[in-house]
Design a protein around this ligand. Structure first.
Ligand SMILES: Cc1ncc(COP(=O)(O)O)c(C=O)c1O
Length: 381
């Protein structure tokens, strides 16, 4: 019999797997009611119709392998963001890039740094590479960049920063990142994860904040910064698995070599290209998201729950009691949200901002479960 305890390294055997948001079909089978999913920060309007059309057309050619260099999409992204094509790498979701960064930069004895209560893939990616992960405490539900800079040691090779952060929805602004980057040694790579950049840019415009200089850094040839983006959020293509990163041509080249060959399917490339063209679809999602954030913030405040202002397409709520049973009861009412015990926040939930109808359904289910007397509040309009 194979002795897997000897074959598989301990850091792999002890890996905690990813806990995904519950799929609608599974929740419906469990609860016996129709469910809506507000658990995985997806676009509630679905993909752009133009993307769907391109996906259908590409499906006809699915007998052929995809373009492994994703040339059309890379050129389009380079043109859109005014960077060189060699600075762009397209991957199977930004998750693939998060993993590949750890794979090429870490090994046993080296470490990565991130914040506590941040994206749950960072620990998995880091530990799977054999490296250690230092998780620095937060300050006011936000990244504490000073503490992260202070935690860098001679074995640090990689820093993951989620901006906005998942699950708290908070950001650090462009000036804060500038100051932080001044403190990071050249041989430490900063992976700036801007999966929710479309939402943050929108909110920044309405709130008078400068959100990010990330692309200026790329155009200026900054060596130790990689910027991660995705088609999974504002563009509504989470199921297709397309993300991308910007970095130096040299680093993108190394990442391209370890990337799983053909990981971005031809259908995904076609869908992403078409989605980039449909700015009206993205705009609709962003407008709806801002209105939904206002509505949910007010409705929750009326019920006595405050939350950090969101810069993304979800709300983080500390409900002051164990969240897992509340999530189960919400599911019985037909609403799937994310209880955050796997993130280390057992009293918190994360709720994706949905359509107006979905948001109202969540609010009325939450009010019922938390037994907020209906006379005491009115859902604001
Ligand atoms: C902060 C952050 N980064 C990256 C991702 C991964 O996105 P993708 O679907 O591109 O792998 C997510 C998805 O939830 C996220 O929240």
């Amino acid at each position: 019999m194979a002795e897997f305890t000897k074959l598989v390294p301990e850091y792999v055997r002890t890996l905690a797997g990813y806990t995904p948001g519950k799929p609608v079909r599974q929740a419906e089978q469990e609860s016996g009611v129709r469910c809506i999913k507000m658990a995985s920060n997806e676009n509630p309007f679905g993909p752009s119709p133009r993307a769907v059309e391109a996906i259908r057309a590409a499906a006809e050619q699915a007998n052929y392998y995809p373009d492994n260099d994703t040339v059309d999409l890379r050129l389009k992204l380079a043109e859109r963001f005014h960077v060189k094509a060699e600075q762009v790498l397209v991957t199977a979701g930004s998750t693939e890039l998060i993993n590949d960064l750890a794979r090429i930069l870490l090994r046993p004895g080296l470490n990565a740094i991130t914040s506590r209560l941040s994206f749950i893939i960072y620990p998995i990616a880091t530990k799977a590479s054999g490296g250690a992960l230092l998780e620095v405490p937060m300050r006011d539900n936000s990244y504490d960049l000073d503490a992260i800079a202070a935690a860098i040691d001679k074995n640090t090779r990689l820093i993951y920063l989620a901006n906005p952060n998942n699950p708290t929805g908070t950001i650090f602004d462009a000036a804060e990142l500038d100051r932080f980057l001044d403190r990071v040694p050249e041989n430490v790579i900063v992976a700036l994860d801007e999966a929710y950049s479309d939402f943050a840019t929108y909110f920044a415009g309405t709130r008078g904040v400068v959100y990010s200089h990330a692309l200026q850094y790329m155009r200026a040839g900054r060596q130790n910064l990689v910027v991660l983006r995705t088609f999974s959020k504002a563009h509504g293509l989470a199921g297709l698995r397309v993300g991308y990163g910007f970095g130096t041509a040299e680093l993108m080249g190394y990442l391209g070599r370890v990337r799983t060959t053909f990981s971005v399917s031809s259908v995904a490339q076609a869908g992403a290209l078409a989605a980039l063209e449909d700015e009206a679809h993205v705009r609709r999602a962003l407008d709806n998201n801002a209105a939904g954030a206002t509505y949910l913030t007010r409705a929750m405040a009326e019920m006595g729950y405050s939350m950090p202002p969101t810069w993304a397409n979800f709300m983080y709520v500390d409900i002051g009691e164990e969240a897992a049973p509340v999530a189960r009861r919400l599911q019985e009412e037909g609403v799937i949200i994310r209880p955050l015990a796997p993130w280390g926040a057992p009293n918190a939930i994360r709720v994706t901002i949905g359509t107006p109808e979905q948001n109202e359904l969540f609010v009325s289910a939450f009010r019922k479960i938390m037994e907020v007397p209906s006379g005491e509040y009115q859902v604001p309009r």
